[in-house]
Design a protein around this ligand. Structure first.
Ligand SMILES: Cc1cc2nc3c(=O)[nH]c(=O)nc-3n(C[C@H](O)[C@H](O)[C@H](O)COP(=O)(O)O)c2cc1C
Length: 239
């Protein structure tokens, strides 16, 4: 039996991201957000929600740009501080000893010490209520070599991002590695297909790079027509 908790913004898990922007006098500003996530593949976009009273809010509108910086576990104390004090009264870069670096592609600073950075140009602003949702088109991703795998992709275990839990007002670290994405789901799809007596799993059920199917079904139809299923496009992007 579930207990109703009422209408509350209790998203879980939530990221702990640090948003960089330039203030009106050109000095670099940073704040913490937990309300955000990747929101589009093409163009690659990220959405963050910022309270209208925050110092950073007007900065993003003014310069039509922001960065999203992903701190590691070792940056927890400085990051928490960035979410407690306002750039209206404090220079948070000098207070924490973090270094502001000018982005290559947009008018916003990134944090040199954090391992993963997204440079974003403001694409859309949505006035929701207390918060404005800023949708930023990702113009570049910058990552420390140390957090990349041998294919040049950032690895969660190496980035070691923080996780925020709004309900208990707490930070958590990343848990253990579990499984390659799509593998257990595809095994279940094959099991369900076998149970239903169909020879071929449903569209998108095959691994990236796997041989094209010769049988019937929507996925085979799409491939014969030279098109990819939506799921395949997502997998191409994600791998
Ligand atoms: C873990 C954590 C998550 C936060 N998430 C958000 C958020 O998603 N949106 C927001 O407007 N403020 C959020 N805040 C609060 C701001 O980071 C905080 O008010 C900050 O001081 C604003 O800085 P500024 O006034 O210099 O822009 C969060 C704070 C913490 C500690």
């Amino acid at each position: 039996m579930k207990r109703s908790l009422g209408a509350k913004p209790l998203g879980l898990p939530a990221p702990v991201w640090v948003v960089g922007s330039y203030s009106p006098d050109g000095s670099p500003a940073i704040m913490v957000v937990s309300w955000g996530g990747i929101c589009c593949s093409t163009p690659p976009c990220v959405a963050i929600s910022i309270d209208k009273t925050r110092f950073s809010h007007a900065n993003i509108i003014e310069h039509r740009a922001f960065t999203v910086n992903v701190p590691s576990r070792r940056h927890l104390i400085a990051t928490d501080y960035l979410g407690l004090v306002s750039g209206a009264t404090v220079d948070k870069f000098s207070a924490t000893g973090l270094t502001a670096v000018k982005s290559d592609t947009v008018q916003a600073p990134f944090v040199k010490e954090f391992p993963l950075v997204f440079e974003c140009r403001l694409l859309q602003s949505i006035d929701i209520g207390s918060h404005t949702q800023f949708i930023g088109q990702i113009m570049d991703v910058k990552a420390d070599e140390a957090v990349l795998d041998d294919r040049g992709n950032p690895v969660a275990g190496k980035v070691s991002p923080l996780i925020s839990s709004a309900g208990d007002r707490s930070y958590y670290a990343l848990g253990e590695y579990l499984e390659q994405a799509y593998v257990p789901g595809m095994a279940l799809m094959a099991e369900i297909a076998a149970k239903n007596g169909t020879n071929e799993p449903e569209p998108g059920a095959l691994a990236p790079g796997e041989a094209a199917p010769t049988g019937t079904g929507r996925r085979a139809d799409l491939q014969r027509a030279g098109r990819k299923s939506h799921h395949e496009k997502e997998m191409t992007y994600a791998t």
